[in-house]
Ligand binder design. Structure first.
Ligand code: CO
Ligand code: CO
Length: 333
């Protein structure tokens, strides 16, 4: 779903919005605040989300591919299966030729087809800044919804993609280097969270979310809100994309990383051994980031056996909804 600000506004009118659904209010299984909403139509649970972003690479086709994977991600983060999508585009018709929009859409279609989803329409409007994304509808097993909250004491935290996307795309925007230098990041951003979602379901995950604009720590915190659980994160075990540490040392962290860290200042405690660059990277906003999954230790085997990329980055302990970031801890028993 979108930025916290909008979710906060939606939350403030929660009572009114619920009233609007009238007799159907009980059909809402998951409301705003999680990765996507879940709604019952008869016996079928549908999962819905919308997300759109501004370009973060120069090539329009690649931007379309990334944006689509990013929009689909919230469905996977809930354990759903995406079915149909609508495209949303804000387009400065005076700045760009129509071919640019066509290339973005073709890129998006490549991702959409890989996901087994059908594009059934869309809407565009004239705007001063280009934006593109999807509204996605999926189906979901109502008894196996992967909520963001719900991690249990003793659970292990698994991350399914490396982080550092925000640092790399900031370097790209500041023209330090070209698209070819972020090929690895593009590969990850266009990777669907479909397999990770299946593995999370198979592993009986107690909680799951996708890592996007609030960074690893922001989304980890969102999993803990109002809970009696804390996360302990082992900073050195968090996978980081190539060149990100060097770029962060050169001051190439996006404003969003600083903003996220500031927001988390009373929610995350850092060991003195975790330096400022490492803290910023842990709060670096991701686009189409991986899933952050809480699973029982014995069920990590599901991820291990799959051959898919994953990293064990921390654990859940008894607490009060906070995060402790240590330089390095022994996570597994
Ligand atoms: Co979202
Ligand atoms: Co999400």
């Amino acid at each position: 779903m979108g930025p916290a600000d909008l979710e906060d506004v939606i939350d403030s009118i929660r009572a009114e919005a619920r009233d609007c659904t009238g007799a159907r209010a009980d059909a809402v299984l998951v409301w705003s605040g999680d990765d996507a909403g879940v709604y019952m139509i008869g016996d079928t649970a549908i999962v819905e989300t919308v997300d759109f972003i501004t370009p973060l690479v120069n090539d329009p086709f690649t931007f379309g591919e990334i944006s689509a994977a990013n929009s689909l991600s919230d469905i996977y983060a809930m354990g759903g299966r995406p079915v149909a999508a609508l495209a949303i585009a804000a387009f400065p018709g005076c700045t760009y030729k129509t071919e640019v929009l066509k290339a973005i859409l073709q890129g998006a279609l490549k991702t959409i087809k890989r996901a087994g989803v059908v594009l059934i329409g869309g809407h565009s409007l004239e705007d001063s800044e280009l934006k593109f994304g999807l509204s996605v509808t999926g189906t979901i097993d109502k008894d196996r919804i992967l909520r963001a909250g719900g991690a249990n004491e003793g659970d292990i935290l698994i991350l399914t993609k490396p982080i550092g996307i925000g640092v790399l795309t900031t370097a790209l925007k500041r023209s330090t280097f070209g698209d070819e230098h972020i090929a690895e990041a593009v590969k990850w951003m266009t990777t669907l969270n479909a397999e990770a979602s299946e593995l999370a379901l198979k592993a009986g995950a107690s909680a799951c979310t996708d890592v996007t604009g609030f960074g690893l720590l922001g989304h980890a915190y969102n999993m803990l809100r109002n809970s009696q659980i804390d996360y302990v994160i082992s900073a050195d075990d968090v996978p980081v994309l190539d060149n990100v540490v060097d770029l962060a040392d050169e001051g190439m962290c996006p404003g969003g990383a600083y903003k996220n860290l500031k927001y988390l200042s009373d929610k995350v405690g850092f060991s003195g051994a975790v330096n400022m660059q490492q803290r910023l990277i842990l709060a670096d906003p991701q686009t189409s980031g991986g899933l952050l999954v809480a699973v029982k230790e014995e069920n990590i085997e599901v991820f291990r056996a799959s051959g898919a990329f994953y990293a064990v980055i921390g654990k859940a302990v008894k607490g009060s909804g906070k995060i402790a970031v240590e330089k390095k801890i022994n996570i597994l028993k």
